[in-house]
Write a protein of this length. Structure first.
Length: 258
């Protein structure tokens, strides 16, 4: 083999090695976007494209339920969309997740969420301030943020929540009020009530349970064993069947039985 041919072969081999390395890097980057930590790492420091939160949460005392949508740019065609379901009455962060989406995908998410949640655009510092205060309050009685929140939270790391001076008072007069959701299982309800009993003074929290007609015994207060439960509910602690859903609501403050 001539010197010239040998040099040509070396250049070719070098080029192929470089191309293989580039392909591996591209595959690794693509795969990293399939995991929550990888997606968050890519999005950290990216331009904040959108920040929306339920208006009732930040314009009131912070109590109530709603959601937050937050998007950061990874590339012109790819955003990281964070969705946080918020419970300012008891649970704190009820659920949370992150998705890779396009700008048009985000528009679809926003359209679906805006109606029921009454979302308004807000400054990221306002949303971060609300989120931090809510998580801190709920953790005081054992409520840990649900979903992927621990892995998602670094996406907010460079946002200064203290830039917003608003102070919130969650729950009912600062006390937790657990409201069972339609998809909350009896086991989940028992777990929440156990945490409230363990971390709150008797009478310092409330609960509202929603039960289908004919299945009330599944979720009656008597199912939750503990000295704080009063099975003999007063008349004013009961409400009628909700019209079209055939659901009975029990709204009771925990009291120490006589």
């Amino acid at each position: 083999m001539s010197i010239k041919e040998n040099q040509r072969q070396k250049k070719l081999a070098k080029k192929k090695t470089k191309e293989r390395s580039k392909r591996k890097q591209m595959v690794a980057e693509k795969n990293s976007l399939k995991s929550v930590p990888g997606l968050i790492r890519k999005a950290q420091g990216g331009a904040i494209k959108h920040c929306w939160i339920s208006s009732d949460l930040i314009r009131g005392d912070g109590s109530g339920m709603g959601s937050m949508l937050f998007a950061r740019e990874i590339s012109a065609a790819q955003w990281a969309l964070v969705v946080v379901l918020l419970d300012g009455d008891c649970l704190g962060v009820k659920d949370s997740f992150v998705r890779l989406c396009s700008p048009s995908d985000f528009g679809d998410y926003l359209d679906r969420a805006r109606g029921p949640s009454k979302l308004v655009r807000c400054e990221p510092s306002v949303a971060k301030n609300y989120l931090d205060q809510l998580v801190d309050w709920a953790s005081g009685f054992g409520m840990i943020p649900k979903g992927d929140f621990a892995r998602i939270y670094p996406i907010f790391a460079d946002i200064d929540g203290s830039a917003s001076q608003q102070q919130y008072r969650f729950g009912i007069d600062g006390q937790p009020h657990f409201i069972q959701g339609p998809h909350d299982s009896p086991e989940f309800v028992r777990k929440v009530m156990s945490l409230l009993r363990a971390n709150c003074e008797p009478g310092a929290y409330k609960f509202s349970l929603f039960m289908a007609e004919g299945q009330a015994s599944i979720l009656l207060p008597g199912d939750f064993e503990g000295p704080e439960w009063d099975d003999d509910m007063d008349d004013d602690q009961e409400a009628d069947v909700i019209d079209s859903t055939a659901v009975r609501r029990i709204d009771a403050a925990t009291t120490t039985p006589n």
